[in-house]
Design a protein around this ligand. Structure first.
Ligand code: ZN
Length: 261
């Protein structure tokens, strides 16, 4: 869903892109003209959208499992702070805003070193995002390869700082919001207005992890391919099509599992 939302809001071929507020368009800037930029930011958003599930009881969901030591530590902190409750404070709108603000700070205040400015916070975010995204998409190579790729991307981002503060904030905060929108579609709902305890649920997909959820993911993937294609981003569309194929595979697997049960 993160990727579908990101390409919908940023790519010129998407019917939603012209409807985005001026401030958003300015934050994104001229980036979408490049397919490499689109691919990198889409992957990052996919990974960042996993952040709220750091409170997942199985050890922090994808982020907690993707990144050795740091992922587990971050998950422990979030789970202790949320009192062991899943869909606690990391699913509040306030949390998304706080994450966006932290990303803004990270892109604003580099560490000044004798060899130049190092955006270590932004590098950390990028490493986390890419490692999680590679894990989510099941990219071959396993955890060591994902972590190495994440660290390399993080180092490059820390050194070259390709994202301005507004873009970093929009990507991180926006990815958290998309996650919350996804959780809203499940029976359990999402506590948007935390610390107030209300959960908003529009349970179109039923329980988290249901066949209907996989079908929604497939629909998002197909939509993203179409937007990529319409925008003339052929290589990106091809990459997204691979993802859609993988998602279709899961859908079939989930449906078979549900039928056997
Ligand atoms: Zn969640």
């Amino acid at each position: 869903m993160g990727v579908a939302a990101w390409v919908s809001c940023t790519m010129p071929g998407s019917p939603l892109q012209p409807l985005m507020p001026q401030a958003f368009q300015q934050a994104v800037g001229h980036g979408p003209s490049s397919q490499v930029w689109m691919a990198c930011t889409s992957l990052a958003v996919a990974g960042l959208a996993m952040i709220p599930d750091l409170d997942h009881p199985t050890g922090g969901g994808t982020v907690g499992h993707s990144i050795p030591v740091a992922g587990a530590a971050a998950s422990d902190v979030v789970r202790v702070l949320s009192g062991g409750k899943h869909r606690g404070f990391s699913h509040w709108l306030l949390f998304a805003a706080a994450m966006g603000w932290l990303a803004w700070l990270a892109a604003m205040y580099p560490a000044r070193t004798p060899v130049g400015d190092v955006f270590w916070g932004l590098g950390l975010i990028a490493a986390l995002a890419l490692t999680s995204a590679l894990n989510v998409f099941g990219v071959p190579g396993g955890r060591p390869a994902h972590v190495l790729a994440g660290l390399a991307a993080g180092a490059a981002v820390a050194w070259f700082n390709p994202a301005g503060p507004m873009l970093a904030a929009v990507m991180v905060g926006g990815a958290c919001v998309v996650h919350m929108a996804g959780d809203t579609l499940t029976k359990e709902g999402n506590p948007w207005l935390g610390p107030f305890p209300w959960h908003l649920a529009i349970p179109l997909v039923g329980r988290a992890g249901s066949v209907r959820e996989s079908v929604l993911t497939l629909a998002c993937a197909v939509w993203a391919v179409w937007v990529g294609w319409e925008s003339g981003a052929v290589w990106l569309a091809a990459g997204l099509a691979l993802w859609a194929l993988g998602t279709a595979g899961w859908c079939v697997k989930d449906a078979v599992k549900a039928a056997v049960r």
